[in-house]
Design a protein around this ligand. Structure first.
Ligand code: SF4
Length: 218
């Protein structure tokens, strides 16, 4: 499998912010977001077997972290590798995904305890199929990265899909934390507008920024 990096740190986003985790960051993504903070550099791609991953994370497993974040990039593009690795992991799996590959999700669903699912503009059908599989998973939540002048249609789509599947599932609105281009930063009125619309139909809507960059951890 192609892995960019592995490390021990703390979850910086969403309802489980602050919990210690082992991060396995898979290389590569199937889409391109303007605010992405994981640019692909081929020299950062390392080839691993499942055995090598298990060996490398062992010292961190001994610290008894909350879970293992399978992140990227988009980890589901390497679904064959995940099918081999996930059943062997010694801690709950916390999948961080862009929600665009529902067929791949179906292949690894039995091993997922937590799922942080982004909604990406233009992938409404894929997101619907994705969330239909996760609607009853207690550890699942939806995340929307809010940029300046975001399309309000995105929030309308999320609300429509989530309220039909499970209106009590947490929905996290995450104002983008600028990495390279400050122009994407959401305005306070953007945040309020998104919250007001979503909370009319969903019962657990939260505004949680990305915390890594505030406190200087990765
Ligand atoms: S889905 Fe995630 S990793 Fe892929 S381009 Fe968008 S922000 Fe980057």
């Amino acid at each position: 499998m192609h892995i960019k990096e592995m490390f021990y740190s703390f979850q910086g986003e969403g309802p489980w912010v602050g919990y210690p985790q082992i991060f396995i960051r898979f290389y590569g993504c199937n889409i391109h977001c303007a605010y992405c903070d994981e640019p692909d550099f081929v020299e950062q791609r390392h080839n691993y077997t499942s055995e090598k991953v298990l060996e490398e994370i062992q010292p961190w497993v001994a610290k008894k972290p909350h879970s293992i974040s399978i992140t990227g990039g988009e980890p589901l593009i390497q679904v064959a590798a995940l099918k081999d690795l996930l059943p062997q992991l010694p801690l709950p799996v916390y999948l961080e995904t862009n929600g665009t590959l529902p067929k791949h999700l179906a292949e690894v669903l039995p091993w997922i305890t937590y799922a942080s699912v982004d909604y990406k503009t233009g992938f409404q059908a894929e997101f619907t199929d994705f969330m239909a599989q996760l609607k009853d998973l207690p550890g699942a939540f939806v995340k929307y990265v809010l940029v300046r002048d975001f399309p309000i249609q995105d929030i309308q789509n999320i609300v429509k899909i989530m309220s039909a599947l499970n209106p009590a599932m947490p929905f996290v609105i995450q104002p983008v934390t600028p990495f390279a281009e400050v122009k994407h930063k959401a305005k306070p009125e953007d945040i309020l507008r998104a919250y007001t619309l979503a909370s009319k139909h969903l019962s657990d809507v939260r505004i949680i920024p990305q915390t890594h960059k505030f406190i200087g951890i990765r």
